[in-house]
Design a protein around this ligand. Structure first.
Ligand SMILES: C[S@@+](CC[C@H](N)C(=O)[O-])C[C@H]1O[C@@H](n2cnc3c(N)ncnc32)[C@H](O)[C@@H]1O
Length: 303
């Protein structure tokens, strides 16, 4: 099978959500001392085609290994940046729990499994997972399959995260706007149109208790426009466009701090590819390349 044929099927679910789960599957299969992140549940969220591919790589079939290698050649560093993102967001969630967050809102949750795998979370934190109904349906079925029933600490919300409906739905389903909350937006913000991002950030500022925070990853505006200097940026741009989930929002280089400050956030920390490369890729992982286009940022709502 050619790389072009490996495009994730986007018939009735989010191909990007499945694709990110696939990255977690590949990383989680590595030895404990080598892997950057670990998600034992990710494997439940990949379809038969990717499962077959994963099994073939795990069994060291030369054709499957070659396909994976070709994917890494075409999209250099992306797998490593994505698994570093999972790890960084996990670490940030754990720090936020230590700081006493009471609620976690996962926007564009897709097949994120943090609510089920982060130790101590279910006892302390109420979780709201938000995505489109079609994704939530698949997710709920899988969660039941894994755990036998739906865990009581998670509320599933069907909403467009860039719309006015988001907080209406959250409030109706038990979200408390006075509590300290963490909002996670992983692999999401570039899929929301600029007016939706404005709406989302201002709604967070208006509807969250003291000490609340956000974390998200973002791409440069040039990648959204298709004018990126790096070939990999334009390849990713084309790929998501063809798949029906095109990029809509980017950040002009060097402006993220100003962008968030103007919208009511403080304690802004930008995390570049150099930062996470240094934090996670050492020893046996030292030579793993990351992709400079993937940056993360976290901030607190200013009161
Ligand atoms: C790249 S996937 C990331 C999923 C998950 N956060 C992760 O990191 O594994 C993007 C997810 O955002 C969801 N999404 C995109 N735009 C959205 C919107 N406007 N409202 C709600 N969900 C959205 C998609 O359905 C998909 O599940």
């Amino acid at each position: 099978m050619k790389i072009s044929e490996m495009q994730i099927k986007r018939k009735n679910t989010s191909g990007t959500a499945e694709e990110i789960a696939f990255h977690r599957v590949i990383e989680s299969a590595k030895a404990e001392e080598e892997r950057i992140c670990y998600d034992p549940y990710a494997i439940y969220f990949i379809g038969p085609e990717l499962l077959k591919f994963f099994e073939a790589t795990a069994c060291n079939y030369p054709e499957a290994k070659a396909r994976l290698k070709e994917m890494y050649r075409l999209f250099p560093g992306t797998q490593n940046s994505i698994v570093a993102r999972v790890r960084y967001f996990d670490d940030y969630l754990q720090d936020s729990m230590a700081e006493g967050i009471k609620q976690l809102v996962i926007l564009g949750a897709g097949y994120d499994t943090r609510a089920y795998r982060i130790e101590g979370l279910k006892e302390k934190v109420k979780v709201f997972e938000v995505d489109y109904p079609i994704i939530q349906k698949v997710k709920i079925e899988k969660i039941k399959e894994i755990f036998g029933s739906l865990p009581g600490h998670v509320v599933f919300i069907n909403a467009d995260v860039g719309s006015e409906e988001l907080f209406k739905s959250l409030l109706e389903q038990g979200y408390n706007p006075s509590e300290r909350t963490l909002f996670i937006m992983e692999g999401l913000i570039y899929y929301i149109p600029p007016e939706g991002v404005e709406n989302l950030l201002s709604s967070i500022v208006q509807n969250s208790g003291p000490g609340s925070r956000i974390i998200f990853d973002y791409f440069p505006q040039s990648m959204v426009d298709g004018t990126c200097e790096l070939e990999v940026g334009n390849l990713i741009h084309e790929r998501v466009k063809q798949s029906g989930e095109p990029f809509k929002f980017g950040i002009t280089d060097g402006t993220i701090e100003e962008f968030l400050k103007e919208r009511g956030f403080s304690h802004i920390q930008n995390v570049t590819s150099e930062d996470y490369k240094k934090a996670y890729f050492y020893g046996k992982n030292e030579n793993r390349e990351v992709c400079s286009l993937y940056s993360f940022v976290h901030a607190m709502v200013e009161y």
